[in-house]
Design a binder for this molecule. Structure first.
Ligand code: ATP
Length: 330
């Protein structure tokens, strides 16, 4: 069963300079389902719209970011809540239904307060728990369940290592047992050993609480380690979705093939080809398939029509005219 459904979402940054309107088409007609009890990875190069897609999922929609169409529906307690048309519901959903782990842990933890204070705020506001002893007990139990030392509660953020701070941030975001955890580049800027600790923590949370985790990173190595399914984004669109096994063993879209082929393999000393050309500007993206100017397989149709994202079997979806003639309806 799906817990979150995104349908035909268009989220643009609309600005105006000297009376001239600029539209950055960061998320352009994107549809996606997040299933219960899965780790979904969202991959793609810098600027392709990954963070914008996450922002819309958590209802962080402030100008210049504007939703021009589509739905973002959370399903819980037998209800469907579309946070585009029911913005006022976002505060009821945050922390309990979804929580967000942002890129830098220091932006969540107050540097002037001990960690326990941040746990306390969350428990007081959302669960109306006031007793200091009960707050301490619940916080300690939660950290213990996640294999983290409870001593961190009496520390200030600067007394912890970057990796521990990130893990504490993740622990905080799971304190109220949300059904969906949305993590933006949670492992970026951490060294590989610390990165492994964070990945293990996310996996442990998922197996413990059976919730869904959405993890955004450009690092395909992290996706290989953690994701059940992977979404490949390019220039504001989804080009491919599939199980991690399908994406790594049987990538279909020429762009995904480049991404996978460029990954280093032990013992393989062959030259790795990078994707030719540069990512397009989302102010004025190419017509047709947005990848066609960089694609070695491009055909005439790719220049004019936008390929629809089609299921080619077992939930493996691809938007490419090599696999289906169906074009997107705009
Ligand atoms: N506040 C903003 N105003 C205008 N354009 C923006 C704004 N924020 C992001 N963009 C543009 O939207 C597009 C998508 O950006 P986004 O941050 O979603 O990409 P990303 O894939 O998450 O990249 P990264 O991995 O570098 O964070 C980019 O072209 C970016 O320049």
């Amino acid at each position: 069963m799906e817990i979150l459904k995104i349908e035909n979402l268009r989220a643009y940054y609309i600005t105006s300079l000297y009376g001239v309107e600029r539209r950055v088409r960061a998320v352009d007609n994107v549809s996606l389902e997040v299933m219960e009890n899965e780790i979904l990875g969202i991959a793609g190069e810098s600027g392709c719209g990954k963070s914008t897609l996450l922002k819309t999922m958590i209802g962080l929609i402030k100008p210049p970011l504007t939703i021009l169409g589509g739905k973002i529906t959370y399903k819980f307690d037998g209800k469907d809540i579309d946070i585009v048309s029911q913005k006022e519901e976002i505060n009821n959903l945050r922390w309990k239904v979804f929580s967000y782990v942002p890129q830098g842990s220091m932006s969540v933890l107050n540097p002037t307060r001990k960690i326990i204070k941040t746990f306390e705020d969350l428990l007081k506001v959302h669960l109306k728990i006031e007793g200091k002893e009960e707050i301490k007990k619940l916080s300690e139990e939660h950290l213990k369940a996640l294999g983290l030392p409870s001593e961190v509660l009496t520390s200030y953020p600067h007394q912890l290592s970057g990796g521990m701070r990130q893990r504490v941030t993740i622990a905080l975001s799971t304190l109220l047992k949300p059904k969906v955890i949305i993590a933006d580049e949670a492992t970026t800027a951490l060294d590989v050993v610390v990165q492994r600790g964070v990945i293990q923590l996310l996996k442990r949370i998922q197996s413990e609480f059976k919730n869904s985790i959405i993890i955004v990173t450009h690092d395909m190595g992290v996706h290989a380690n953690i994701a059940d399914r992977i979404v490949i984004m390019y220039a504001g669109k989804i080009l491919e979705v599939g199980s991690a096994k399908d994406i790594f063993k049987n990538p279909l879209h020429p762009y995904t093939k480049y991404l996978i082929d460029s990954l280093p393999k032990i013992g393989d000393k062959t030259f790795k080809k990078s994707v030719p050309g540069a990512p397009p500007s989302l102010l004025n993206p190419p017509t047709g398939c947005r990848f066609h100017p960089r694609c070695g397989m491009a055909m005439e149709v790719c220049k004019e029509n936008v390929p629809a994202l089609i299921d080619v079997g077992s939930g493996h979806k691809v938007a490419c005219f090599l696999y289906s003639k169906e074009a997107e309806i705009s």
